[in-house]
Design a protein around this ligand. Structure first.
Ligand SMILES: [Fe+2]
Length: 338
């Protein structure tokens, strides 16, 4: 490498920021220069205004560019573009091909969730997320017949589990609550919002930390208090009743003190305790969360099948909530195991 090239690499290492290539999904051209790491060196891989589509991005991923780099001062260009994208899709959700629209909405919503985790105090990002989640709820409520397709397409997008899990659990929740015929649409909507935002307190730890095998004691304490932190972050900023905030704070009905934060250890389970503090709403939000945690992979374990995760749900709830368990099984049977 010439001295000039060495200088150039050095300056790039100071000015470039790593981002997930998922931030370029749903765009038709690059809003800025995109760099990749090739043999330990930064290389321009897509010039500003290059045409991109899913094939181009898939090719890059297959060439080990799951993480790409952008100039720090251009990062906001991508965020602004994707947030506008989300606004547009949210407004026109019920127009056009439902699966296509839903797939895009889920992807963009997840991206915006990652922006929100980067700065949970940003009111504009939060209100965009809140509005989009509300629209998504009515979209899903009206269309249980496309839940399965959306679920499979969403899994394929391979989002980080901390963003995928609340979305999947809320998708299941809306289907189960609708099938129960116990709730008005407005009630389903509030529970959907509660479920979707319940883990936002996990943003106190950087996303990369979740990929580590072990966390420090301090990080673990922070993580275990995430249900309360979620409510603190959202209090007074989104429209939810105190009862819904209470559900959010109690969404871990089963032990938090397991290696896999959202998957309980059944050998240490205390049914009585869970029963005491929960109504059906808290129980169903907690259980769909456990299922969504199990079917999304972790760095230290593979994803479990939907079928096997229902087996665990059976252990957790069939004694105390036999009717409700049956209802859940009926939902999964009619939507996912047709
Ligand atoms: Fe949680």
């Amino acid at each position: 490498m010439s001295a000039f090239d060495a200088l150039k690499q050095n300056s790039l290492s100071f000015s470039l920021l790593p981002i997930s290539i998922r931030e370029l999904f749903f765009l038709t051209e690059t809003p800025c220069d995109i760099f990749g790491m090739v043999d330990g060196l930064y290389k321009l891989i897509l010039r500003e205004h290059s045409f991109i589509n899913s094939q181009v991005l898939r090719d890059l991923i297959s060439r080990n560019h799951s993480t790409v780099f952008v100039q720090q001062d251009r990062r906001n260009d991508i965020i602004t573009l994707q947030q506008n994208n989300l606004r547009t899709v949210t407004r026109s959700l019920s127009i056009g091909d439902a699966v296509e629209k839903g797939r895009k909405q889920l992807g963009l919503l997840t991206l915006n969730m990652s922006y929100l985790y980067d700065d949970p105090t940003d009111d504009e990002t939060l209100s965009l997320q809140y509005q989009s989640v509300k629209n998504l709820c009515s979209f899903l409520y009206e269309r249980p017949e496309i839940h399965e397709k959306l679920y499979h397409d969403y899994i394929k997008q391979k989002h980080h589990f901390i963003f995928a899990q609340p979305l999947l659990s809320s998708l299941f929740l809306v289907g189960i609550l609708k099938m129960s015929h116990l709730y008005s649409f407005k009630e389903v909507e509030s529970l959907f919002i509660t479920s979707y935002f319940k883990d936002i307190g996990m943003s106190v730890i950087p996303t990369e930390k979740y990929d580590q095998r072990t966390l420090s004691d301090e990080e673990r304490v922070l993580l275990n208090s995430h249900p309360k932190t979620s409510a603190q972050i959202l209090q007074g900023r989104i429209q939810l009743s105190p009862a819904h905030f209470a559900i959010m704070e109690n969404h871990h009905l089963f032990s938090l003190l397991t290696k896999d934060l959202h998957v309980p250890d059944t050998s240490k389970l205390d049914h009585k305790e869970a029963k005491m503090i929960s109504g059906f709403e808290t129980m169903v939000i907690s259980i769909t969360d456990v299922i969504a945690a199990m079917i999304t992979p972790r760095p230290y374990r593979d994803a479990t099948s939907l079928f096997d995760s229902l087996e665990l749900a059976k252990v957790l709830m069939s004694d105390d909530y036999p009717g409700e368990f049956k209802l859940m099984v009926n939902y999964f049977k009619s939507v996912f195991f047709k």
